[in-house]
Design a protein around this ligand. Sequence first.
Ligand SMILES: Nc1ncnc2c1ncn2[C@@H]1O[C@H](COP(=O)(O)OP(=O)(O)OP(=O)(O)O)[C@@H](O)[C@H]1O
Length: 267
Amino acid sequence: MKQRSTLALENITVEFPTRNGLFCALDNISLNIEKGEFVALIGHSGCGKSTLLNVVAGLVKPTRGVVFLDDQVVDAPGPDRAVVFQDHSLLPWLTVEENVRLAVDKTTPGKSKAERRDWVMHNLELVQMTHAATKRPGELSGGMKQRVGIARAIAMNPRVLLMDEPFGALDALTRASLQDAVMAIQAQLNNTVLMITHDVDEAILLADRVVMMTNGPAARIGEDLAVDIARPRARLAAMDTAEYAASRHAVVHFLHERYRNPVDQAA
Ligand SMILES: Nc1ncnc2c1ncn2[C@@H]1O[C@H](COP(=O)(O)OP(=O)(O)OP(=O)(O)O)[C@@H](O)[C@H]1O
């Protein structure tokens, strides 16, 4: 029998009850992600990306279908799947260090206090935030808060990192610097990642595969594109490759020709 992928979504359908009856958001979606793979999920607003990520996070129960993580059924939130949201969701009354330590305390109960502190600082170092360890979120820029959110997620040592538009609220330069940080961390830790983005360049630069969703209702996976650009990927050099241009063309064609934004179509 064929072995299941590390993360296996099998025939996921999500229907939401609404005042006008059932609304089918996702229709029979199957997706396999291997250990260490970085998958970007892209599609127009409202197609169902967050719903799919929330199913994997255990925050939305599928109407039909099953999610397996290392062959175990996933049907509730758990520390094996850390989520980074667009809004960093740090606790404002705790320092940077305390915010990360909260997650570490929950997920590594066996470690001594000193070990946990070292682990917190190690993860802050990965996102280059040790200098701000004693600051509170209110004293940080948006990009810095998002770095701490990423440190908190990876400090949980999750089997899968789920990112829902993690850089969506940042300006272009800060976004680029965070993308570089995530690529560096990925190269070091070999995380398994599912990331939602609206940004074609971000998807291609970061991901091993770009999974494109059709417009809802009843969204499906329209195309699953492997991005064959060698790693490590230096931004400018990667963008100059023929593979980058071909991948970009495929995604733009999908989003703006085959499955145009339903808002534009209605105009
Ligand atoms: N709890 C709910 N009840 C009813 N409908 C819902 C619910 N949650 C989501 N939907 C609908 O399901 C569809 C998919 O929503 P979802 O938030 O997953 O889309 P998305 O692709 O993440 O959008 P965006 O890119 O704008 O964040 C939308 O039409 C949305 O209105």
